[in-house]
Design a protein around this ligand. Structure first.
Ligand SMILES: Cc1ncc(COP(=O)(O)O)c(C=O)c1O
Length: 404
C-alpha cells in the first residue's frame, strides 16, 4: 500500500459494509473542507467541482453561514411548528421577498418541497379552479428528476429510479422536455399544474430551446394552470441569476427551492407562491416537524442575505462565461458536447474514450471531484466562491484526462 493511502481503502470498505448500496460514490473519504476545497482522511486535497449537487453554492463552511449556525446552536434549535420562534418571521419574509412572492412554506428536503408543490397544486385545482374530485392531473417532462418519494418516482422516466417501487401514484402526464406542442396538447380541463426544471440537472444539465419556458408560461396562463418551477438545483445563483427562469424572464406561480437554501449546513427547502395559491392550505393539511426550525431558519436567512447582495449571481455569470468558453474549446478534443449556464455544465465525453465514471475517477486522481450522471456525461457545478485560477485548474485537469 502506498504510504499516503493509509486510511482511505479501509474507510471505503467500512462504509460499504454498513450501508445500503443506494449510491456508488467515488473512493474518496472527505474529513474536512473549506471554500472550494475538501481534504480527505489521508490529507489529500481536492477541488470540489460538484458542490454537493449545488447544495454548496456558497462553498464549504462559508464564514457567515457557519457564524449564523454557531450563534443559533447556542440559543435555540427546535420548537416544531406547534409554537413559533423568533427566527421564523424574518426568514419567511426575506425569502418571500427574494422570490417576489407573497408567502413561503418551509420544509427540509427537495423532495418534500416537490411533494408540497404537488399537494398545493391539487388542492388549488379542486378549491380554486373547480376541477372535479380526484380528477386533477399534472404535466411533467421526460428526463425529469424531482426526488425519490414514491409519488415522485411514479412519474420518473428513469427506470433505475422507478422500477419495483410501484404501485405508482396516478395523476401525472409525461411529455418530451422542450416540446411546447406536446405540453400544450397534454393539458386538459383537469390539469392543475405543469411541473418542470428550468434546466434538467440530473439528466445532464439540459437547457431547453430558447422560447420554451416563456411558451410554457403563456400556455399555463391561458389555460389557468399553475407553473411550478423546480429550482432546487438550478436556483439560488447557480446559473448566474437568482433563478434559472430569469434567463427568459419567466415568473412561475411557484418556486420549489432546496439544496443551497441550507447553505450546505442543514437541509432546508421551501416553496414560494402568492396567497391565492399557497393560501389554500389550512391547519392540519400539511407540515413537517423540522420545517422552518430555528437552526434552519438562521442559516437560510443568511443564505438569502448573501443572495440579496447579488455577488454570487455575478460571480457565477462571469466565471461561467469563462468556464463555457474553455469547455467549448474541448469540443472535438474528447468532448462531444457541452451544455449549461453559469457555473453549471454538462459535458458529454466521447464514449470511445471513456465512460463518465472513468472520467470522474481520473479527475479524482488529479485532485478534482466531479460526478457522472448518465453514461458518458459528467457535470461540473463548482461552488460559486471558486476563483478564476481554480476554475482554470479544473478545466486543465479535464483537458489532461481527455488527452491521456
Ligand atoms: C431538480 C431537483 N429536484 C428535487 C431534488 C430532490 O432533492 P432532495 O435530494 O433534497 O430530496 C433534486 C435533487 O437532486 C433535484 O436536482
Amino acid at each position: 500500500m502506498i504510504e499516503e493511502e493509509v486510511r482511505t481503502p479501509a474507510a471505503v470498505r467500512d462504509a460499504q459494509r454498513w450501508t445500503a448500496h443506494n449510491y456508488h460514490p467515488l473512493p474518496v473519504v472527505v474529513s474536512s473542507a473549506e471554500g472550494a476545497w475538501v481534504t480527505d482522511v489521508d490529507g489529500r486535497r481536492y477541488l470540489d467541482c460538484l458542490a454537493g449537487y449545488s447544495a454548496l453554492n456558497f462553498g464549504h463552511r462559508h464564514p457567515k453561514l457557519v457564524e449564523a449556525a454557531h450563534a443559533q446552536l447556542d440559543r435555540l434549535t427546535l420548537t416544531s411548528r406547534a409554537f413559533s420562534h423568533d427566527r421564523f418571521a424574518d426568514f419567511c419574509r426575506e425569502l418571500s421577498q427574494l422570490c417576489g412572492k407573497e408567502l413561503v412554506l418551509p420544509m427540509n428536503t427537495g423532495a418534500e418541497a416537490v411533494e408540497t408543490g404537488i399537494k398545493v397544486a391539487r388542492k388549488w385545482g379542486y378549491r380554486v379552479k373547480g376541477v372535479a374530485a380526484e380528477q386533477a392531473n399534472i404535466v411533467v417532462a421526460e428526463g425529469n428528476f424531482h426526488g425519490r418519494t414514491t409519488t415522485i418516482v411514479s412519474f420518473s422516466t428513469d427506470e433505475d429510479a422507478r422500477a419495483d417501487f410501484g404501485p405508482y401514484t396516478p395523476g401525472f402526464r409525461c411529455v418530451a422536455y422542450g416540446d411546447l406542442d406536446a405540453l400544450t396538447a397534454a393539458i386538459d380541463e383537469n390539469t392543475v399544474a405543469v411541473l418542470l426544471e428550468p434546466i434538467q440537472g440530473e439528466q445532464g444539465v439540459i437547457v431547453p430551446p430558447a422560447g420554451y419556458l416563456p411558451g410554457v408560461r403563456r400556455v399555463c396562463t391561458e389555460r389557468n394552470v399553475l407553473l411550478l418551477a423546480d429550482e432546487i438545483q438550478s436556483g439560488l445563483g447557480r446559473t448566474g441569476t437568482t433563478f434559472a427562469c430569469e434567463h427568459e424572464d419567466v415568473v412561475p406561480d411557484m418556486y420549489l427551492l432546496g439544496k443551497a437554501l441550507g447553505g450546505g449546513i442543514v437541509p432546508v427547502s421551501a416553496v414560494a407562491a402568492d396567497a391565492g395559491v399557497l393560501g389554500v392550505l389550512q391547519p392540519g393539511q400539511h407540515g413537517s416537524t423540522f420545517g422552518g426550525n430555528p437552526l434552519a431558519a438562521a442559516v437560510a436567512t443568511e443564505v438569502v442575505r448573501l443572495l440579496a447582495t447579488g455577488e454570487f449571481q455575478r460571480r457565477s455569470a462571469e466565471l461561467g462565461a469563462r468556464l463555457h468558453a474553455k469547455l467549448q474549446a474541448l469540443v472535438g478534443r474528447g468532448l462531444l458536447a457541452v451544455r449549461g449556464r453559469g457555473l453549471w455544465a454538462g459535458l458529454d465525453i466521447d464514449p470511445a474514450l471513456m465512460s463518465g465514471r472513468e472520467a470522474s475517477e481520473r479527475l479524482m486522481t488529479r485532485g478534482v471531484l466531479a460526478k457522472d450522471t448518465h453514461g458518458s456525461t459528467i457535470r461540473l457545478a463548482p461552488p460559486l466562491v471558486i476563483t478564476e485560477e481554480e476554475l482554470d485548474h479544473a478545466v486543465a485537469q479535464l483537458a489532461a484526462i481527455l488527452a491521456e
